[in-house]
Design a protein around this ligand. Structure first.
Ligand code: ADP
Ligand code: 5GP
Length: 208
């Protein structure tokens, strides 16, 4: 069995990343979403273990000391981290894993030369539209909206460092583009160091 791929996806908050990921997860098999740890408080409707593992700062710092995170970062004043073990377990089962992480976390993985990771960036069509979406979502107080909009300017500067850039203007189109990327990456059978060669005998192609 081939190891699962690692897809790293970043976007300014409010660009539509969670909406797109939810649609992707229901439309493709063998795809899992990595559930990060965070010190941020849950939003209405979020539940522990589904969107995030919600932990306090002390618990987060303990995990960080124990090298439990593949990457971590402070984003909009809260700590976020990806559990190393959860990712490795899924990949070992041949499942492709999606990491929804910020540009700092993505940079850490790129700099550490994480083998075979594919980097995707989702951008909003404009700053005005991003503001509308953040307000329309109705989950954040005004000062948080302002903080996220300010951070968006800086985050957009990283967009060109990613392997793929998707503008989320029409939702269905953005989902379709990402689906195509995943399908194409799965066809790169040998990109993964643990990828298996084709079993020609099993396919009946062995020379006589
Ligand atoms: P993120 O996960 O990137 O922070 P969300 O997925 O929560 O963003 O999306 C932010 C808001 O924008 C939500 O209310 C969502 O329904 C809306 N949204 C997402 N994609 C689109 C789109 N293509 N067109 C219009 N609204 C969108
Ligand atoms: P939110 O609070 O809106 O769910 O997420 C805020 C930001 O934190 C988003 O850009 C999201 O991608 C990022 N994020 C979520 N989990 C992680 C993580 O484990 N590591 C890093 N570096 N960023 C994360």
């Amino acid at each position: 069995m081939n190891r699962g791929n690692l897809f790293v996806i970043s976007a300014p908050s409010g660009a539509g990343k969670s909406t797109i990921l939810k649609k992707l997860l229901t439309s493709l098999p063998n795809l899992a979403f990595s559930v990060s740890h965070t010190t941020r408080a849950p939003r209405p409707g979020e539940s522990n273990g589904r969107e995030y593992h919600f932990v306090d700062r002390a618990a987060f710092e303990k995990m960080r000391e124990n090298q439990a995170f593949l990457e971590w970062a402070e984003v909009h004043g809260n700590l976020y981290g990806t559990s190393r073990k959860a990712i490795e377990d899924q990949q070992a089962k041949g499942i492709d894993v999606f990491l929804d992480i910020d540009v700092q976390g993505a940079r850490q993985l790129r700099d550490s030369g994480h083998p075979g990771a594919v980097f995707l960036f989702i951008a909003p069509p404009s700053l005005d539209e991003l503001e509308k979406r953040l307000r329309g979502r109705g989950t954040d107080p005004e000062e948080t909206v302002q903080l996220r909009l300010n951070n968006a300017r800086r985050e957009m500067e990283d967009a060109d460092r990613y392997d793929y850039l998707v503008i989320n203007d029409r939702l269905d189109e953005a989902v379709e583009i990402l689906r195509s990327v995943i399908i194409a990456e799965r066809c790169k059978a040998r990109r993964n160091p643990a990828g298996q060669p084709l079993d020609l005998t099993a396919l009946g192609f062995t020379a006589q």
